[in-house]
Ligand binder design. Structure first.
Ligand SMILES: [Zn+2]
Length: 233
């Protein structure tokens, strides 16, 4: 149940029988020819599909994340770590205030990892609550499925090109971009990163057949759902 499609009566009724909720985390940042909202679209959607048969509420995605390295790309917005932590902490506090006790954070962007550390700290302060922090795209089964299809896959490559993240009319390069040198990129400022990366793809083909993408998606939805159904204590 997407919270954007529910009213307070629905949440009130749900909380009489269950205390699980999902918070998706995204980012607004360059993804080469794909949508700037790839990380938000994917985390919110995988969360919604995983939760659907269980009726668990999926709160609106936090659509901004921590992405300072892409700041020279038009359209990229980055929150400072302290801002981000404060936002996620307030949302966790708000979920607890409403009666939720088991919270699955579905993260769609590597730079948001400080929220994972926050979740551990927050649980120490709220021992009646459990938070699972799930990087949906590199969890064991999903990442194994990606690797089984094509080992050259990274940010803004084919592995993020789903029917719901690509933009109509975009012509994509057909060649396989060689993998970038990530440790080298990590010591660059935003202008140097843009000069080094060019279009923004870290490496790999720009698209692969939908049949393969939907097979990855199926694994990701099931892997995310298993966290909702699994042990919380
Ligand atoms: Zn992404």
């Amino acid at each position: 149940m997407r919270v954007s499609e529910a009213n307070w009566h629905h949440i009130e009724a749900y909380l009489k029988n269950d205390d699980r909720a999902i918070l998706p985390l995204g980012s607004t940042e360059q993804h080469a020819q794909l949508s700037l909202s790839v990380d938000s679209i994917l985390s919110e959607r995988v969360a919604a599909e995983a939760a659907e048969p269980l009726g668990i509420p999926v709160f609106p995605v936090v659509a901004y994340g921590i992405t300072p390295y892409f700041l020279s790309y038009p359209g990229t917005i980055s929150l400072r770590q302290e801002t981000y932590i404060a936002i996620v902490r307030d949302i966790l506090d708000g979920l607890k205030r409403q009666g939720f006790r088991r919270i699955l954070i579905v993260n769609g962007h590597g730079g948001n990892q400080p929220a994972g550390s926050l979740a551990i700290e927050w649980m120490a302060d709220n021992q009646d609550c459990a938070v699972k922090f799930h990087n949906w795209w590199n969890s064991p089964k999903t990442f194994a499925k990606v690797q089984e299809i094509d080992t050259v896959a990274s940010h803004a490559s084919w592995m993020e090109n789903f029917p719901w993240t690509r933009l109509p009319g975009e012509k994509l390069p057909t060649q396989q971009k060689p993998m970038i040198d990530l440790p080298r990129m990590r010591v660059m400022g935003p202008d140097a990163v843009k000069a080094y990366l060019g279009d923004g793809n870290f490496g790999g083909y720009y698209e692969r057949p939908d049949e393969e993408m939907l097979a990855i998606w199926d694994v990701a939805v099931k892997e995310t759902r298993a966290l909702l159904e699994g042990d919380w204590a």
